[in-house]
Ligand binder design. Structure first.
Ligand SMILES: *Cc1c(COP(=O)(O)O)cnc(C)c1O
Length: 504
């Protein structure tokens, strides 16, 4: 089945016009116990009203990832604005491991962003897309000889993590008779009297002696780099302050340090309202203590556990609601005073370019994953199990669950079936289950309510999945094909194009 681009464009404009009133009606077909309502970009609401959606899934398979780069441009601009207001020399390097689509690589120069690559394939595709070497940094956790070779040949800066990497880089630079540019990755910062432990980087206390072993005829240390786990702004303030001291030490050794790269981890919110996030965890704790009905499949703890009538553990989830986010978070770091000068002042005092490598926060608002309902059945406990053509690696990161209410779109075809007539107004409650053959194969562990039922052929959309959720863990177990990635451009004659990553 093919979809005429003209038809979809017309439908798109119609949908844009009806959007405000209809956007909240979208939220009524599926509400979690308790509700976690998604923040959505206007394009997502338009897409969810797009009549061609079901046939796009017929054509490309289920689930289907839909991406668009427009919000990326705004997200980078937001960060640039914060730095500019503080007169900083500043550069974003988008961490493309957060999403494999080439759409985002191609959009980076338009956004004024560079690219952070984490593998040889990511690097080669980025070079093939015509991105300049000076706009690329390679932060791969494991750097084999082939990757190091391509970096040095092309003049791409590498982060350096350990002595063996230094030997390989030195050796390669020597053989190619071309000096390598590197940024030393630092770790082991002290924050609130605790050392921030990490598997990555050179310990900050060892950096000065490590740098002395670097043969400056072959390896130029042009920057310092760190990337911290978590989203704590205060930890970044500690790490920047301590890195600046190392900048001075290394410059005294003669290393031409030009930039400080503070990595990623810029926070975002997936939800509209903080109260919902608070209420969810309050109710979930009550459920784990047996004080109310479960919010999750078999009362899964999501990182918490009830012990002797008390809750222990910590939520194993992304903070789906948090504040401040993205640019406000960056501003908070830059405006933090340390010994009478702000962080921004100190970076300027050191004549450094400030760099960062956000992934998730740059892709905020850039994607959605949509799957088709294949069956419904009631289990022995009376819960409905809704089977989707999708598996859990297609909307998941390393945390326990995607804690955002999905959106149900009634299929026009299903609407015509008898089953719809019979069940139309019947509310249902249960879980979304996926295609892998394990008992634990749930698309979401959360119990969901479908006030007007849900049917075979209906679509279930997961909002804001571009950052990590689509691709980070996707697997081909059972030999299911990987989900296709469709680029949505409402302004184009052909608003639906497969991303080039899917081109054979
Ligand atoms: C993953 C990663 C990033 C991006 O992190 P986000 O949380 O997506 O902003 C940046 N730099 C390095 C070195 C990383 O490993």
């Amino acid at each position: 089945m093919t979809v005429s681009p003209k038809e979809t464009t017309a439908a798109f404009s119609a949908a844009v016009q009806q959007q405000p009133s209809s956007s909240c009606s979208l939220d009524r077909r599926c509400v979690g116990v308790t509700a976690l309502t998604a923040r959505r970009e206007p394009w997502m609401n338009s897409l969810l009203h797009e009549p061609a959606l079901a046939s796009l899934l017929q054509q490309h398979g289920s689930p289907l990832n839909v991406v668009t780069a427009d919000p990326m441009l705004a997200n980078v601009r937001e960060l640039d604005g914060v730095a500019k207001a503080r007169s900083l020399d500043f550069r974003v390097f988008f961490a493309r491991k957060a999403n494999k689509c080439l759409t985002f690589v191609n959009a980076a120069p338009l956004a004024g962003s560079g690219i952070d690559v984490a593998s040889l394939n990511e690097l080669e595709q980025t070079l093939d897309a015509g991105i300049a070497a000076s706009d690329i940094i390679c932060t791969a956790a494991i750097k084999n000889a082939a990757l190091v070779d391509v970096c040095i040949r092309n003049g791409i800066t590498l982060t350096i993590d350990n002595e063996d990497e230094l030997l390989l880089i030195t050796h390669t630079a020597q053989n190619l008779a071309k000096p390598a540019a590197v940024a030393i990755r630092l770790s082991g910062f002290v924050h609130d009297d605790n050392k921030l432990k990490s598997r990555f980087g050179v310990d900050i206390e060892q950096c000065e002696s490590f740098a002395k072993t670097i043969p400056s005829n072959h390896v130029r240390v042009t920057g310092l780099h760190f990337h911290l786990d978590g989203y704590c702004a205060h930890q970044r303030v500690s790490a920047i302050t301590q890195s600046l001291a190392v900048v001075s030490q290394l410059r005294q050794q003669g290393h031409p340090i030009q930039f400080l790269d503070i990595g990623g981890g810029f926070p975002i919110s997936y939800l509209h309202r903080g109260e919902q996030w608070e209420a969810f965890w309050t109710e979930h704790r009550c459920a784990l203590l047996g004080q109310r009905s479960p919010l999750t499949y078999r009362n899964h703890g999501l990182g918490l556990i009830a012990v002797d009538g008390k809750i222990a553990g910590a939520p194993n989830s992304y903070p789906y609601y948090q504040t401040p986010t993205r640019s406000a978070w960056l501003a908070k770091i830059l405006d933090s005073p340390v010994t009478g000068r702000t962080i921004a002042d100190q970076i300027r005092d050191h004549a450094l370019q400030l760099r960062c490598e956000p992934g998730r926060s740059i892709l905020d608002g850039c994607g959605m994953t949509i799957a088709r309902v294949e069956f419904r059945k009631q289990n022995a406990e009376g819960d409905w199990l809704i089977g989707l053509s999708m598996n859990r690696t297609q909307c998941r990161t390393s945390s326990d669950d995607f804690l955002v209410d999905p959106i149900v779109i009634a299929s026009p075809e299903a609407a015509g079936e008898e089953s719809r007539e019979q069940n139309n107004a019947e509310p249902m409650e249960g879980f979304l289950v996926g295609a892998y053959c394990t008992e634990s194969e749930l698309i979401s562990l959360r119990k969901l309510r479908f006030p007007a039922g849900i049917q075979r052929g209906d679509l279930v959309a997961f909002p804001n999945t571009a950052g990590y959720l689509m691709h980070f863990l996707e697997s081909r177990s059972h030999q299911f094909p990987l989900a296709k990635n469709l680029v949505y451009d409402a302004r184009s004659q052909t608003p639906w194009m497969l991303d080039k990553i899917d081109a054979e």
